[in-house]
Design a protein around this ligand. Structure first.
Ligand code: SF4
Ligand code: SF4
Length: 276
C-alpha cells in the first residue's frame, strides 16, 4: 500500500505535544484562500519552479529528456539545477518507508511526551494508508495525532479512532456563506463530525486560523466558543494567525495567492483571551 506524501518533518514542536515527526500527505478537498501549503492541494506529484532563483543557465533543459517541452516528473532538472530553482513536490511512499523515518526519533518522543502527527493536505483522504500506519505506530507504542479539516465521511473517523490518541481539528468559520466562499465547501459536515468527535470523548485540540475580514471578530470567536461549549469543550483551542509565508509557493506553482493582511498582535491576544 502506498500514499502520496510531500514532506516528512522531524523535530516539530507545533503539531501536538512534545517533539514530533509530522508527515504531510498530498491532496485536499478544501481550497482555503489563505492556505500556506498550496502544494498540498493536488493529490498528485507536481513541479515547483522558483523563477526568482533561476539564472537561466540552461542546465535543466540540457538534462531534461523532453527538452522542457513536456514534463514526466523524472526529477532530472531539479537534480542538476545549481540554484534549487526546481523541485518535485510529492512522491509515493510505502508504510515501511514512512515508519523508517518515524522510528529515527522514537527516543525523543519518549523523553518529550511527543510522537507522530499525520497532516497535509487532508491526510484522511488516503484513509486506508492512514489506518495502516496508525496501527503500525501504536504497535511501537508511539503517540499518534491526526491533523484534519474534517470534511470527510464520519466513517473515516470511525476507522482510525482506535489508533489515534489526539485529533487536531480545524474550525474556520461558523458562517456557512463565508465558509463556502473562502474554502469552497460548506461547514455542515465539518461541524457534524466535530460534534460527534467531541461527544465520543476522544482527545481533540481545536485549531482556528485567524484571517482578517473572514473570521477575525470577537463575534465569530464567541460563536465558535459557544458551539464548543455545547458539545464538550476541548482541552485546548489554538488560534493560528494568518501569515503570508506560502506566497512564493503559489508563484512557483503558477498560481496567484489571495491577498490578506497579517493580523496584529493586539487583536490576536484579545481573541485568545476569549478562550481562556
Ligand atoms: S522533471 Fe524531468 S521531464 Fe520534467 S522538466 Fe524536469 S527533467 Fe524534464
Ligand atoms: S538549471 Fe536551474 S538555474 Fe539553470 S535554467 Fe534551469 S531552473 Fe534556471
Amino acid at each position: 500500500m502506498k500514499a502520496t506524501i510531500f514532506d516528512i518533518e522531524r523535530n516539530s514542536y507545533v503539531d501536538g505535544p512534545g517533539i514530533r515527526t509530522t508527515v504531510f500527505f498530498k491532496g485536499c478537498n478544501l481550497r482555503c484562500a489563505w492556505c500556506h501549503n498550496p502544494e498540498s492541494q493536488s493529490g498528485f506529484s507536481q513541479m515547483l519552479f522558483y523563477k526568482d532563483k533561476c539564472t537561466g543557465c540552461g542546465k535543466c533543459k540540457e538534462k531534461c529528456p523532453n527538452n522542457l517541452e513536456s514534463c514526466e516528473l523524472c526529477g532530472r532538472c531539479a537534480l542538476y539545477c545549481p540554484h534549487d530553482a526546481r523541485e518535485i513536490c510529492g512522491r509515493e511512499y510505502t508504510v515501511d518507508e514512512v515508519m523508517r523515518e518515524i522510528l529515527k526519533d522514537q527516543s525523543y518522543y519518549e523523553t518529550s511526551g511527543g510522537g507522530v502527527t499525520f497532516s497535509g493536505g487532508e491526510c484522511m483522504l488516503q484513509i486506508d494508508f492512514l489506518e495502516e500506519i496508525l496501527k503500525e505506530c501504536k504497535s511501537h507504542g508511539i503517540h499518534t495525532a491526526v491533523d484534519t479539516a474534517g470534511h470527510v465521511p464520519f466513517e473515516y473517523f470511525e476507522k482510525i479512532i482506535p489508533y489515534t490518541d489526539l485529533f487536531l481539528y480545524d474550525v474556520k468559520s461558523l458562517d456557512n456563506e463565508k465558509h463556502k466562499e473562502y474554502t469552497g465547501a460548506t461547514n455542515e459536515l465539518i461541524l457534524a463530525n466535530l460534534e460527534m468527535l467531541l461527544k465520543s470523548g476522544k482527545a481533540v485540540w481545536v485549531r482556528i486560523p485567524i484571517i482578517p475580514n473572514v473570521n477575525d471578530t470577537e463575534e465569530e470567536m464567541k460563536k465558535i466558543k459557544s458551539f464548543l461549549c455545547s458539545y464538550g469543550y476541548p482541552p485546548k483551542v489554538e488560534l493560528l494567525p494568518y501569515h503570508a509565508m506560502g506566497e512564493h509557493k503559489y508563484a512557483a506553482l503558477g498560481k496567484k495567492a489571495h491577498a490578506f493582511s497579517v493580523p496584529g498582535k493586539e487583536k490576536i491576544s484579545r481573541l485568545r483571551k476569549l478562550f481562556e
